[in-house]
Design a protein around this ligand. Structure first.
Ligand SMILES: C[S@@+](CC[C@H](N)C(=O)[O-])C[C@H]1O[C@@H](n2cnc3c(N)ncnc32)[C@H](O)[C@@H]1O
Length: 263
């Protein structure tokens, strides 16, 4: 036993430099990996959304159509025929083209690496007054006052949110009475009889952590409708459907949920 201890001690003293370097590398990776992953994800989303898909745009046009009929509860904005919108998880800002002219846009996103893409994009929409990104999660929007927002929008966000119930509470807190929440999310396959294989792959890639690791915590196997329905909105209209995109990459995120909810 003493012989073994002696050999280990000798090996450590002979390799102390390499051990220190290896420990330093582990420490560095642990510290910088989350940041690198977030930077990669912001770049990925920028590339992924650079070319707009005509069918998805058509779908969003339909979903957001009723926004133009909303009248703000803020007397100042009402005079200007404008509404205040809060977009949670704004990313690069893919929904600008669907907002009514003159809208005031407050946006939050916890990933600061989206800022430059978002800022470049918002310059292309001078018809909307879009503010700087507030770097925070939808669960912690203390800087947004109670009953101050006419419309909340969230697209493809709930898949990576850890506190889904908290985010719903925050949406209800910031919305004015009667205010509207618009949502569009990819969800777990809902037809296990006909698309069981897709469902199994979604479960597997999420459970082993590969998909969440590559795509900033995104889970393929969630269904958010029950969470929205249980949140305490006065009305919820949700519909599960298949997104009209057939590319290979899209197959795993084809099952979607869209709808609106009213405070
Ligand atoms: C798949 S991207 C979607 C971006 C954009 N909404 C779109 O439709 O292209 C998910 C976005 O949600 C953001 N996000 C992740 N967790 C969040 C949270 N807890 N609260 C708010 N946003 C979050 C990410 O930083 C990212 O911008």
């Amino acid at each position: 036993m003493a012989e073994v201890d002696h050999r280990i001690a000798t090996w450590i003293s002979n390799n102390v430099l390499y051990i220190a370097l290896a420990l330093g590398l582990v420490w560095f990776l642990k510290k910088s990996l989350p940041n690198l992953r977030r930077r990669w994800f912001a770049y990925f989303m920028y590339m992924f959304t650079k070319e707009k898909d005509a069918k998805i745009e058509e779908l969003k046009k339909d979903l957001f159509a009723s926004m133009k009929d909303i009248v703000s509860q803020d007397p100042e904005l009402r005079k200007q025929n404008s509404i205040r919108i809060l977009e949670i998880g704004v990313g690069t800002g893919v929904n600008f083209s669907h907002y009514p002219d003159g809208s005031r846009l407050v946006v939050v996103d916890p990933n600061p690496h989206f800022k430059s893409y978002y800022n470049d994009n918002r310059k292309k929409f001078p018809n909307i007054q879009a503010e700087e990104i507030l770097v925070t999660t939808g669960e912690k929007m203390d800087m947004v006052p109670d009953n101050s927002i006419d419309v909340v929008v969230m697209t493809l966000v709930l898949c990576s949110v850890t506190g889904t119930e908290e985010i719903m509470k925050e949406i209800l807190r910031v919305l004015v009475p009667g205010g509207k929440f618009y949502f569009l999310e990819h969800i777990r396959e809902f037809d296990s009889e006909n698309h069981g294989t897709r469902q199994k792959i979604q479960d597997l890639l999420t459970r082993i952590g590969l998909w969440p690791f590559l795509f900033d915590g995104c889970c393929l196997n969630r269904d958010m409708l029950p969470v929205i329905e249980a949140a305490g909105f006065s009305k919820v209209n949700g519909e599960r459907f298949y997104a009209p995109v057939n590319s290979f990459f899209f197959q795993l995120i084809k099952p979607h949920l869209k709808g609106t909810a009213e405070k």
